[in-house]
Design a protein around this ligand. Structure first.
Ligand SMILES: Cc1cc2nc3c(=O)[nH]c(=O)nc-3n(C[C@H](O)[C@H](O)[C@H](O)COP(=O)(O)O)c2cc1C
Length: 220
C-alpha cells in the first residue's frame, strides 16, 4: 500500500511546464484554426517534441459513457482532422452510434494544448483502403487477424494469427480490409491553450460562425 500523501508529494514536485516556451500572440492568429494548428504542429515537429501527432480521441459510448484513447493523426485538411481505426473496434462502434468526437493534443515541452470538438464522418472505400495499404505489414495483418480490443487468450494466439495473415497477404500480393476506416473530425470548436510560467495562460477559442470562424479569448 502506498502511504497516504506520498504520491501527492511525489507529483507536487514535478514541474509541468518548461522555463522557456514559444510565444503566442492571439491577436495575430490566422482566421482559420486549421492554419494555426498546422503552424503549431510544424513548430512542434521542428522543436523535436515527442509524437506531436499522437492525440487523445474521446468518444461517447452507446450508453452515453465517455471513452478515450490515443491515436495518430494521419492528416489535417480544410475538411478536418483525420485519424484511422477499425470500425469493429469499441471506438468504431461508438463513432457509428454517436458520430461526434473530441481530440486533445498536449505538447508538454511547448506548454501547449489543443482541443478540438466536432462531428465525425467516415472515409470512402478508396480513402480507407489507401490508408490501410500505407500501414506497416504487421499492422495490416493485425487488422485482418481479429477484432481490436476483443479478449485475447494469450500472446501465442497473437503471434500465430499475425504470421498467418502476413502469409496470406504475401500469397495474395496484398489484401483489403473491410473494417479499416479513416475518420474525419470536422471541427465546430478548436481551442488553443498556451501555458504561461506566471499561470496567466492564454486561451483562444475558435467557433464556427457562418462560413468562417469567431475568435474569443477564454478566462484561464
Ligand atoms: C501513440 C499511440 C498511437 C496509437 N495509434 C492508433 C491508431 O492510429 N489507431 C488505432 O486504432 N489505435 C491506435 N493506438 C491504440 C489505441 O490507443 C487503442 O489501444 C486501440 O485503438 C483500441 O481502442 P478502443 O478499444 O477504444 O477501440 C495507439 C496507441 C498509442 C499509445
Amino acid at each position: 500500500m502506498t502511504d497516504p500523501g506520498r504520491i501527492r508529494d511525489v507529483v507536487r514536485g514535478v514541474p509541468v511546464f518548461p522555463d522557456v516556451m514559444p510565444p503566442f500572440d492571439p491577436s495575430a492568429a490566422p482566421s482559420s484554426p486549421v492554419d494555426l494548428f498546422v503552424e503549431w504542429l510544424e513548430r512542434a515537429v521542428q522543436d523535436g517534441i515527442a509524437a506531436p501527432h499522437a492525440v487523445t480521441l474521446s468518444t461517447v459510448g452507446e450508453d452515453g459513457t465517455p471513452d478515450a484513447r490515443v491515436v495518430i493523426v494521419k492528416d489535417v485538411t480544410a475538411a478536418g482532422w483525420q485519424v484511422a481505426s477499425s470500425s469493429d473496434s469499441p471506438k468504431g462502434r461508438q463513432l457509428a452510434a454517436h458520430p461526434a468526437a473530441a481530440l486533445t493534443f498536449f505538447w508538454p515541452a511547448a506548454g501547449r494544448q489543443v482541443r478540438i470538438r466536432g462531428s465525425v464522418s467516415v472515409g470512402s472505400a478508396d480513402e480507407n483502403d489507401a490508408d490501410f495499404q500505407r500501414r506497416h505489414p504487421v499492422a495490416r495483418a493485425l487488422v485482418l487477424a481479429g477484432s481490436q480490443s476483443a479478449v485475447m487468450g494469450g500472446r501465442e494466439d497473437l503471434d500465430a494469427a499475425v504470421e498467418d495473415q502476413v502469409r496470406k497477404i504475401d500469397a495474395a500480393g496484398g489484401l483489403a480490409s473491410t473494417t479499416w476506416t479513416v475518420y474525419t473530425v470536422a471541427a465546430d470548436a478548436v481551442e488553443f491553450w498556451q501555458a504561461d510560467q506566471e499561470r496567466r495562460h492564454t486561451r483562444l477559442l475558435y467557433t464556427r460562425f457562418g462560413e468562417g470562424w469567431r475568435r474569443t479569448m477564454l478566462w484561464p
